[in-house]
Design a binder for this molecule. Sequence first.
Ligand code: SAH
Length: 276
Amino acid sequence: MAYHELKLTIQPSQREILINHLAGKGCLGFIEDDVHLIAYFPDMLDIKNILSEIDAIAPKEKPDTIKYVYSLLPDQDWNESWKKGFKPLNAGNRFTILPPWEKETEGRINLIIDPGMAFGTGHHETTRSCLVLIEKYNGKIAKDSFLDLGTGTGLLAIAASKLGYRKIVAVDTDPLAAEAARMNMKLNKVSNIEVREGSMNAVAEQYDCIAANIISGVLIMLAPEIAEHMNQPGIAILSGILSEQADEVILEMQKQGLTLKESFPDDKWISLVLAK
Ligand code: SAH
């Protein structure tokens, strides 16, 4: 398969909006530096549609704030570019996220992630916030069961397994994410995670900890089921919430009888810890 590459020059304030938008349009991965955001798409997507949407994001009065250079890359080049961009990254006090071709860091909990076609390499603030909170509440609640709702690459489930949670379920509505998560579990040699394709409909049990890094709208929609599937006592770590949407999510969770334990901001995002 060939790949579309878009090398975007954008204002820092537009970066998050664009990443979210392009991820929703089928972007496979990003490489970022101080000035550029490089986005890769599979060649079966119609790049003209994506380019016209990018043009629409630029403010009308300043149409030149988003510039891009487009290239069509053969398969091999994409892999090489991606590998160059994916360096080991520390998250929380103890985790290091690394691709399979890098060396593990001694003395840290290494999370080996081959991104495949899924979200969750730790390069996004919301993923890192979830790792910080999973680590922070580790030991403060029972560790019998953990649910990773919207697992993507499987990163949060793998982190939970390496912290000692006993029975872990990871669900994702996207079959490609479920496939990537299963592959990453093998890479990390963890065997206590069950990956299921689906959402809360694929979940029957109750959990000591539920982690869900999805968007606010989905969290609100799933609020009753999230609350229902939490153990008492138990916590839910919710992320993917833009700051201005946090109050709405908190209110919805409180309606389900949950109490807010902590709000954890990172840039434009807020992650929440709720208790039952
Ligand atoms: N947990 C990873 C990935 C988060 S991206 C991390 O923290 O980095 C969000 C994931 O949720 C995507 O893989 C998407 O396919 C999945 N998803 C979106 N809506 C969902 C739903 N209603 N139920 C389950 N998974 C969902």
